[in-house]
Design a protein around this ligand. Structure first.
Ligand code: ATP
Length: 755
């Protein structure tokens, strides 16, 4: 029994020794052939195919900058075996350009098109760094990889596990939405590599007492531009402040930022800018065929339905702008049974379900309706055939990431972007950013209207109707809050028609638009004629050659000529439309907004026209009541001194009465406000208790809108019974005081005439 033990100990010793030898060799090799800082390994010629690799017979080492195969790099046998096992042999361009720099410990700022293999460009240096440092379980956290979404983090974790399968390193996936935080807390310090989303990492930094990153060797930000943007700013700053400054930092994205501020936050040291596709004529993969077409808002669902029906054998990824829309389109289309499995993915789904959907979509032909949660980084196993952007992306970067879910690595892919007539500016922006989008015209004959079917569904199903309303509101709100006003203008959208196209019997109220339309004349919400012309130019179903299994967009020469003509015409028409719009004033949505009736006060009204009646109904002269007052001794009023005294007293009384009125009014308003607040609080609590899952894109906006409205009520006193503003009331008080002095003069006249 003892013999085998000592044998295995011996074996382990030998293995450790061999590993030590390998590490020394790798360190020497890396140091000897270090590429010059700032050099581009892609500019070097590849090694001859049968050239020796590693230590050469003369004691020097082979050049690794410029190599094309993983086997030509100074990497460990364990990583090499992992790569082989996953069938990775030749490097992609970003791997060739960045790995030689990253392996010798430099900070990297890497940018390359979607699907070009950026994941391996950081996974390999991470494994190698920890391996060469002989990192073990007892050393704790040596590397942190941060990803913006949970799915992407999961995918990175899978790649790390596959390539690092022969290493003795431990790794963990720390992402939100998982219930086992306590187990994570117990084990997090035993992990060497953490793959995480920013929120979960910060949660551990804040809550896990023993959590220690002080020995961190490498920090990786995948989709770096997304992690560095405002959405994650606070979280990332808090994370960075707790990490040691002496470390290697690797940043990768398809749309990279070079902002000095961002880099300062990360304390990068002389980073290598590796932008392999900077000189490329396009910013998207060459194998990706991209098209765009005008689809009026009210025809989007018809168009989408027709598209799905025409591609029943494809794997289609459909992007919509909010969770509610994803839910509605998914639920409604599911009920209409298009003949292909439908799935949906959005940020409000439980994490477990999200993972299941993600892996199911990797496997089968189907349609996945998704928000931008699936737009970045995800690599769906079997190629996605089509990316359909039903709602316009918020910017060019977002477009690039969305279409990047297809045509990955060596595969081909196609995409189509629906643009409403008012979003045409996006096409220009894409062209400026070197995105080769071809404008196409659709075939009207193939359009299969779905609005009628949706109406019938919604009449029967009140839940679906409710969902449709929410989807309608969140879509318009998402347009309303978009930053790029050149592309997104909610006031130009045909709101009533859009509502009808979703099958809604009535246009839901859009309270968030009140501010915009206040004071403007309401008109039927219609597309401007010119806009309609543009829309008609390209409306209709896709010209498809359905002969092949997937169907192809028929954009042959003849079609292209049409398309080109359509595009040019539409531009002219658009300008014409602008001119008309400015003549007519802005187009306003036909929502029902109650206009507050303003009470007009004429401060110049003639004094003394107020008519007072006695008990028998006879008219009395002005101020007769004052003159008749019981406690007034008329004769005494003739005395100048007493008269003055009387007026002073009257003024005092009036002031006092005015004060009391105001106090009462304030009290009434305060009570009303408190009541309103209680009601609002109760509603919010009820909502929370109901677990109403709100939308990422819109609900917060709406809540804020509600709060603002409530706040505005405090200042704009629409609560008061008479509907007057505070200003109005001030004016009234002023009016009264003007007339009072004049009334005094009149009273004098009257009294003297009575005598
Ligand atoms: N050297 C390689 N050889 C073969 N396949 C590779 C190689 N490198 C990457 N791939 C494959 O290419 C696909 C895309 O890789 P990856 O997800 O790393 O791209 P990416 O550049 O990170 O994309 P995105 O910008 O969308 O995140 C994956 O399926 C991956 O397995």
């Amino acid at each position: 029994m003892r013999k085998p033990k000592s044998k295995s100990r011996e074996l382990r010793k030998q293995r450790r020794f061999a590993e030590q030898e390998e590490i020394s060799l790798l360190n020497e090799w890396i140091e000897f052939q270090k590429p010059d800082s700032g050099s581009n390994p892609l500019s070097l010629p590849p090694l001859p195919s049968n050239a020796p690799v590693g230590r050469l017979s003369d004691g020097t080492f082979s050049r690794y900058a410029g190599s094309t195969k993983f086997s030509e790099l100074p990497i460990s046998k364990k990583t090499m075996d992992g790569l082989k096992k996953s069938d990775y042999v030749s490097m992609t361009e970003i791997q060739r350009a960045s790995l030689p720099h990253a392996l010798c410990g430099r900070d990297i700022l890497g940018a390359a098109k979607t699907g070009s293999g950026k994941t391996l460009a950081f996974v390999i240096p991470v494994l190698e760094k920890l391996h060469r440092e002989r990192w073990g379980h007892e050393d704790g956290v040596g590397c942190v990889i941060i990803s913006p979404t949970r799915e992407l983090a999961g995918q990175l974790f899978d790649v790390l596990k596959a390539v690092g399968r022969y290493h003795n390193l431990s790794a963990g996936l720390l992402i939100g939405g998982r219930k086992d935080v306590d187990t994570e807390k117990e084990r997090v310090n035993e992990l060497n590599i953490l793959v995480c989303t920013p929120g979960r990492l910060l949660q551990h930094m804040d809550e896990t007492l023993s959590f220690d990153c002080s020995q961190l060797q490498v920090l990786v930000l995948d989709e770096a531009d997304r992690i560095l943007d405002v959405g994650f700013k606070k979280t990332l700053n808090a994370i960075i402040s707790q990490l040691p400054k002496h470390r290697q930092t690797l940043l990768f994205s398809a749309t990279q930022t070079k902002s000095v501020q961002d880099l300062a936050r990360l304390s990068l040291k002389d980073p290598e800018y590796v932008g392999v596709h900077e000189k490329s004529t396009t910013s998207t993969p060459d194998r990706l065929q991209q098209t765009a077409m005008i689809v009026p808002l009210e025809q989007k669902l018809d168009m989408l339905w027709s598209f799905i029906k025409a591609h029943l054998n494809s794997k289609i990824l459909v992007f919509l702008s909010s969770c509610k829309q994803v839910k509605f389109v998914f639920e409604a289309f599911k009920k209409l049974r298009p003949g292909i499995p439908l799935k949906c993915l959005h940020g409000k789904m439980k994490q477990g379900k999200r993972m299941v959907i993600y892996s199911q979509f990797c496997e089968k032909r189907s349609v996945l309706f998704s928000t931008d949660v699936a737009s970045r980084g995800l690599d769906f196993n079997k190629a996605v055939d089509w990316v359909v952007q039903v709602d316009c992306p918020e910017d060019v970067a977002s477009y690039i990431h969305r279409v990047g879910r297809t045509a990955r690595y060596a595969s081909v892919g196609r995409s189509v972007l629906f643009l409403t007539p008012s979003e045409m500016k996006m096409l220009e922006k894409l062209q400026e950013a070197k995105v080769p989008v071809q404008f196409i015209k659709a075939n009207n004959k193939r359009l299969q209207p779905v609005s009628g079917l949706l109406s019938a569904l919604l009449v029967k199903d009140s839940d679906l109707q409710d969902l449709a309303k929410k989807a309608f509101v969140t879509y318009l709100r998402s347009i309303h809050i978009q930053k790029d006003k050149e592309v997104f203008d909610v006031m130009k959208l045909p709101i009533d028609e859009f509502s009808a196209s979703m099958g809604l019997p009535m246009t839901p109220k859009l309270r968030f638009l009140n501010q915009k339309i206040k004071g403007k004349k309401m008109s039927g919400m219609q597309l401007d004629n010119a806009d309609k012309d543009i829309a008609n130019l390209a409306t209709g179903a896709f010209r498809e050659d359905l002969g092949g299994p997937r169907g192809k967009l028929d954009i042959g020469d003849h079609e292209e000529a049409d398309v080109e003509k359509g595009f040019l015409l539409s531009k002219d028409a658009e300008h014409e439309g602008e001119a008309k719009a400015s003549e007519l004033g802005p187009i306003l949505p036909a929502t029902r907004v109650l206009k507050k009736k303003k009470l007009k006060i004429n401060i110049h009204r003639p004094v003394g026209t107020r008519v007072v009646f006695d008990e028998e109904g006879n008219t009395l002269p002005p101020l007769a009541r004052v003159a008749d007052a019981k406690n007034v001794d008329n004769s005494s009023l003739l005395d100048q001194g007493k008269r003055e005294e009387y007026y002073v007293k009257m003024r005092e009384e009036l002031k006092q009465a005015d004060k009391e009125d105001k106090a009462q009014d304030r009290q009434r308003r305060r009570e009303k406000r408190i009541k309103g607040k209680m009601k609002w609080k109760k509603q919010t609590m009820d909502k929370e208790e109901d677990g109403d899952d709100e939308d990422d894109s819109g609900s917060e906006g709406e809540r804020m809108g509600d709060r603002k409205r409530k706040r505005s009520k405090i200042y704009f006193d629409s609560d008061s019974d008479d509907g007057k503003t505070i200003e109005d009331r001030d004016k009234l008080v002023k009016t009264d005081s003007i007339s009072l002095s004049e009334q005094e003069a009149l009273a004098l006249k009257l009294l003297s005439s009575m005598h």
